[in-house]
Design a protein around this ligand. Structure first.
Ligand SMILES: [Zn+2]
Length: 293
């Protein structure tokens, strides 16, 4: 596989160094060129081989997706109506350089904050959606992420609609301190009211879902789906290992491990997700006669 890569760059050490620099980190790194590297099987893949589902053609790894890519493969065409698109973070803790960090994240992800919310149709069924973006400060949950998710849940409650949340997050946003942690209670409380109204909440865990998001709305779904091999946990593996001084089991915190241990109801391949969600929405649809009870 490296052969193809070297050939493409003509063995130039500068080009190689540049590629290597961009290829560090956990997610799939996509340099501007024609090639991407899969960080699961390490294969160098011709970019055009990656379809709209963003899967590795070699090992079927599910690469991270932006909310707009997610909407394209999940919702009925042109059905998505966005909520609160222009809501932006303040700097409540007066954290140094936070405004600059936000501006850089906005430029990188092409959205104003780490979650996109709205309503849409999936296979003809109405639903509210919240889709987090790991490209925006690792999908960390600050006041705006919490507020947008809460407003989406409240909209769903008010309009008697189900809500589907695609989670991906590195956890609470440290630059917003305690305000960031307060979002856990706020989102959970709004979900409590949605649940009391007898409405359906589906979580779709995607890679990675960790920290305060796992500890709040990610784990509160009536039905919890996950993409294959997604990392799902609260604390990182290194922290846990350092605390308990024990070797962690093989595949620890991966979706398959969480399914086996009861945290996930079903693992769904990305290509089958739209169909699966459509089926769940149809099965749990409120009917007129029930509303009168
Ligand atoms: Zn791969």
């Amino acid at each position: 596989m490296n052969f193809g890569f070297k050939k493409k760059n003509g063995g130039s050490s500068n080009g190689r160094k540049r590629m290597e620099k961009q290829n560090t980190g956990n997610g799939p790194s996509i340099p501007d060129g024609m090639w991407i590297k899969c960080n699961t099987c390490k294969a160098i893949i011709y970019k055009k081989e990656v379809t709209k589902y963003k899967l590795c053609p070699n090992c079927d790894a599910h690469f991270r997706m932006s909310p707009s890519e997610r909407i394209r493969v999940t919702c009925d065409k042109d059905s998505f109506i966005e909520f609160d698109a222009r809501m932006e973070s303040e700097n409540p803790m007066e954290y140094p350089y936070y405004a600059e960090v936000i501006t850089a994240a906005q430029r990188k992800a092409g959205i104003k904050e780490g979650v996109v919310t709205g309503r849409a149709k999936i296979q003809g069924e109405d639903t509210v959606l919240a889709i987090m973006d790991s490209h925006f400060m690792m999908g960390s949950m600050g006041s705006v992420v919490g507020e947008k998710v809460t407003r989406a849940i409240e909209y769903a409650t008010e309009h008697k609609l189900p809500i589907i949340i695609f989670t991906t997050s590195g956890g609470a946003r440290m630059q917003e301190g305690i305000i960031s942690l307060m979002q856990m209670a706020k989102t959970a409380e709004a979900l409590g009211r949605h649940d009391a109204a007898g409405l359906l909440y589906v979580t779709v865990l995607t890679d990675p879902t960790t920290g305060g998001v796992t500890a709040s709305f990610a784990m509160l779904g009536d039905i919890i789906l996950s993409e294959p091999r997604a990392l799902i946990g609260f604390a990182g593996q290194r922290v846990i290992k350092g605390t308990i001084h024990q070797e962690l089991p093989e595949g620890f915190q991966r979706a398959e491990f969480q399914l086996e241990h009861g945290f996930v109801d079903r693992i769904v391949h990305r290509e089958a997700m739209r169909e699966e969600l459509g089926k769940i929405l149809r099965l749990h649809k409120r009917v007129e006669s029930e509303e009168r009870v």
